[in-house]
Design a binder for this molecule. Structure first.
Ligand code: NDP
Length: 463
């Protein structure tokens, strides 16, 4: 019998890095290969299980998730730093995602089509792909994995899921809930380990037919380089540099409140976070004042958690220093939070005097940092907001319906918000971006079907 020695990883609390919150055993690359083979072997059975029964397991998992909301929220909060309240919101959202996709097991997966021949019956049906690899980030440790796993499973695929190592304990809990709900063996498989080792195995395994990934552009590019030339389906959700536009005719108090929420919620670590705001010059001073008022209301350590890790902490502080060196003016925050001797806490940070060529205007920070940019009018704001390598989400605050519709038409993003912040997604609506923010089919809603199934067209000659 071969003896396998596995590495152990300890997780530390980003709010209190001396506190170890748990340990996780990491799988080897050989074991990962074996997991993929097992997932492949279980595909036929799962594919032939009634979709209604598949959906029922998701529904039971949703119930279990709600029953265990406290432990899941607490574990994730201590592991990756999001506040417990934010995590409770996310776990509830996870349950809605499971319930939405549970219902998919009862919905049509094809259509009957008219044939040119009187003797033929013609119809299409959606069929699963096989083994799907889901590779997920730490920032939504429950919602993002579930919005990949749930549709993959309900449409009849088996799944190998690699959670972010920063959210490994949460991943383990989610896996246990699926197991308790009655998920058959080897249908949903979790591989705990580093992306560069076990993740890479998933990209290369011939049994993996599709890869759904959310994370950084660098890793997304590696996935394309490794698997892009193969026959695997690839879906990438990547970074963003989401803009908000505040016009003079907007409700300025609401616009400022939502812009700060958009920028600072979850400590700015959302791919849909607002990271630049263009303000019409007529109301610039007033809006800036109000943005600062809203930022002052944030209680770091209470309403805003730490950033997720030392790596994140260092990167965000470096981006703040670079903005200062580039000539942006710091008007709020700008560094580690005073009085927090331990923990990766950074103050909500606002910069003005930002020019379009500065890194702070076009590179993703993934932290609680907002660039405020004065513009002459709507046209200039639109042109600058569209001049980005990213195209995930954008907001406009205005009471002018023509401008709102013009923005809906001309904004080069996948998610447009009018009088609302740039973040936010609902399970029934397609989610994703354009340009360097996304590759492949949209996630969630009915759009999820496009990625997790393929079509079979059937012709029956009745005579
Ligand atoms: P990473 O890209 O670093 O990691 C994402 C996942 O990929 C992790 O599970 C990671 O593993 C894994 N991975 C790393 N290297 C490889 C590899 N060579 N092969 C396969 N898998 C690999 O992103 P973060 O987790 O740091 O998340 C932050 C980034 O994600 C931000 O840039 C953000 O914009 C983006 N993001 C995008 C979202 C969207 O919907 N568009 C939503 C949320 C985040 P490991 O555990 O080792 O880190």
């Amino acid at each position: 019998m071969a003896i396998i020695t596995r590495a152990i990883r300890e997780q530390f609390n980003p709010a209190k890095p001396s506190e170890c919150v748990g340990q996780i055993e990491l799988i080897t690359t050989d074991e990962t290969k074996a997991v993929v083979v097992a997932a492949h072997a279980s595909f036929e059975n799962w594919k032939n299980t009634s979709p209604v029964a598949r959906g029922e397991i998701l529904r039971v998992t949703a119930d279990l998730l709600e029953q265990n909301i406290d432990i899941v929220a607490e574990t994730a909060s201590r592991e990756m730093g999001k506040t417990k309240n934010e995590m409770i919101g996310e776990v509830k959202r996870g349950a809605s995602i499971l319930r939405y996709f549970a219902q998919e097991g009862m919905r049509a997966t094809g259509e009957v089509l008219p044939s040119a021949s009187e003797t033929k019956i013609l119809y299409s049906m959606r069929v699963p792909l096989g083994v799907v690899a889901a590779i997920t980030p730490w920032n939504f440790p429950v919602a993002i994995p579930l919005w990949k796993i749930a549709p993959a499973l309900v449409y009849g695929n088996t799944v190998v899921w690699k959670p972010s190592i920063e959210a490994a304990l949460t991943g383990k809990l989610i896996g246990e809930l699926f197991e308790q709900a009655g998920m058959p063996k080897n249908v949903l498989n979790i591989v705990q380990g580093r992306g560069s080792s076990v993740g890479q195995v998933l990209l290369e395994a011939p049994e993996v037919k599709a890869i759904t990934f959310t994370g950084s552009n660098g890793v997304g590019q590696n996935i394309l380089n490794t698997a892009g030339h193969t026959n695997k389906k690839i879906q990438l959700e990547l970074g963003g540099k989401n803009a908000a536009i505040i016009l003079a005719d907007a409700d300025l108090n609401i616009a400022a409140k939502l812009t700060i929420e958009g920028a600072m919620k979850q400590t700015g670590q959302r791919c849909t976070a607002t990271s630049r705001v263009y303000v019409e010059e007529a109301v610039y001073e007033k809006v800036l004042e109000q943005l600062i008022v809203e930022a002052q209301k944030i209680e770091v350590g209470v309403t805003m958690g730490p950033v997720s890790s030392k790596g994140q902490y260092d990167n965000i502080l470096a981006a703040i220093e670079k903005a200062k060196t580039d000539g942006a003016q710091l008007v709020f925050g700008g560094g580690p939070t005073e009085g927090q001797s331990e923990g990766y806490f950074i103050d909500p940070t606002i910069f003005t005097n930002v020019t379009h060529d500065m890194a702070i205007a076009h590179e993703e920070v993934f932290g609680p940092v907002l660039a405020v940019i004065k513009v002459k009018d709507y046209e200039e704001a639109l042109q600058l907001s569209n001049d980005s390598q990213f195209g995930l989400s954008a907001s406009i605050y205005t009471s002018n319906i023509q401008k709102a519709f013009d923005f809906i038409n001309r904004s080069e993003v996948g998610l447009v918000q009018v009088n609302d912040e740039t973040g936010g997604a609902e399970p029934q609506a397609p989610f994703g971006g354009v340009k360097n923010s996304s590759t492949g089919a949209r996630e969630q809603g009915q759009a999820a079907k496009e990625f997790f199934t393929t079509m079979k067209t059937v012709t029956i000659n009745t005579k």
